[in-house]
Design a protein around this ligand. Structure first.
Ligand code: SF4
Ligand code: SF4
Length: 366
């Protein structure tokens, strides 16, 4: 197997050392130690031989997740992944159009049933028989995104919902969607392996990492999803837990006005609507745009775009978390999705109240 890979790599002008370096980068992306590099190299080698086919569709979305993916932090890893996968259909990067393009979908259904991975970017508008989103023509009739999903999903080996809107409805589902916006989980067969990758957009590392995890150990990936079917690898801890402004939060030092400046440290943006306390994602450590920065790092509160409750339940974006009564210390955390707000609310309340009363919080109030 490795010999086969070696000759393929040589054809591309890539040395074995470079390939192992890619495997090392992949291990880092997955948060694995160097001990896993041989396993990842082997998985990539197998992918090279088998080329898992991928069908990537877009529906009721803005394409932002594809653009994010194409701006990957790890172009080398992305190259390996794209090179090792057979991406048969992707609206933004395929050269074909019209019947030639959609013919690939029919061909995949006919020849590669139960072998292909279906990436769905964007939810499915189901009202009016799905006619709010169509692509391709069959027998003189427009084919709806809903029809494509209904045809392809039962025959897919696994499905990745890419982005918050595909995973949970997101922005298209907010404020009484008139199009019947339905997340991927609401339309595919219940027994089909589904992985939701939230974010609006999704971080390219999350998508590449999910594909890598799928290639290296599919069972392990599926066994390590949270209750919202997100990989715990990327969505295992809250933003708040790892936020560099956590010290300011714990000290009750909040940004009250956008012009507030503290010369010594940056103020917590809880009161400016930061949803970090209830948002599970690794943005503070992974960061965005080649690890340059992330939302809180540029003075923008976390909007909670990785959460199933985004957008509607987490808006208005610049208002503090609702159901957290800071003055009365009576957090109402029964609202679905606000699970982490309980402990947070007590901490905020104690500090806020102490600050208002001009005293330090007592031990145990923190
Ligand atoms: S999750 Fe956000 S960025 Fe991604 S496609 Fe949907 S609306 Fe666009
Ligand atoms: S509320 Fe937001 S800015 Fe403040 S510590 Fe938590 S995540 Fe950071």
């Amino acid at each position: 197997m490795m010999q086969e890979v070696k000759s393929q790599l040589e054809k591309k002008g890539m040395t074995r050392r470079q390939f192992l370096r890619y495997a090392g980068a992949a291990a880092a992306l997955l948060g694995l130690s160097e001990a896993f590099i041989p396993q990842i190299a082997e998985a990539l080698a197998q992918a090279a031989a088998g080329k898992p086919p991928v069908i990537w569709l877009q529906g009721q979305n803005c394409t932002g997740c594809s653009i994010s993916f194409l701006n990957s932090n790890y172009p080398e890893v992305a190259e390996v992944i794209l090179d090792k996968l057979s991406v048969r259909y992707h609206p933004n990067v395929m050269a074909a159009s019209g019947g030639l393009a959609t013919g690939v979908l029919d061909d995949t259904l006919a020849k590669l049933a139960d072998q292909f991975v279906l990436v769905l970017e964007g939810p499915i508008p189901t009202k009016e028989n799905g006619r709010y989103c169509t692509f391709g023509v069959k027998n003189g009739k427009d084919v709806t995104y809903e029809e494509w999903v209904n045809e392809l999903a039962p025959k897919a080996a696994a499905i990745i919902a890419n982005g918050n809107c595909a995973s949970y409805g997101g922005i298209p589902a907010a404020n009484a969607s008139v199009t019947g916006t339905t997340p991927v989980s609401g339309i595919i067969p219940k027994d089909k392996p589904l992985i939701n990758v939230g974010g609006c957009p999704s971080n390219p590392d999350w998508i590449i990492g999910t594909v890598l995890a799928y290639l290296t150990d599919k069972k392990n990936l599926l066994a390590n999803l949270d209750s919202f079917k997100r990989p715990k690898l990327f969505f295992g801890e809250t933003i708040h837990e790892n936020c560099p402004r956590r010290g300011a939060f714990d000290a009750g030092l909040f940004l009250e006005d956008w012009n507030d400046v503290n010369p010594d440290f940056e103020l917590c943006m809880f009161k400016k609507g930061c949803k970090g306390p209830v948002t599970y994602a690794d943005c503070p450590t992974r960061r965005w745009n080649s690890k340059v920065n992330w939302c809180v790092g540029v003075n923008a509160p976390c909007h909670g775009c990785a959460e199933p409750t985004f957008y509607e339940a987490l808006s208005p974006l610049y208002e503090p978390l609702p159901n957290v009564n800071m003055i009365g210390l009576t957090p109402a955390v029964d609202t679905i999705g606000w699970v982490a707000a309980g402990a947070t609310a007590v901490g905020v309340g104690a500090h806020y109240l102490a600050k208002q009363l001009g005293k330090k919080p007592e031990a145990g109030e923190e």
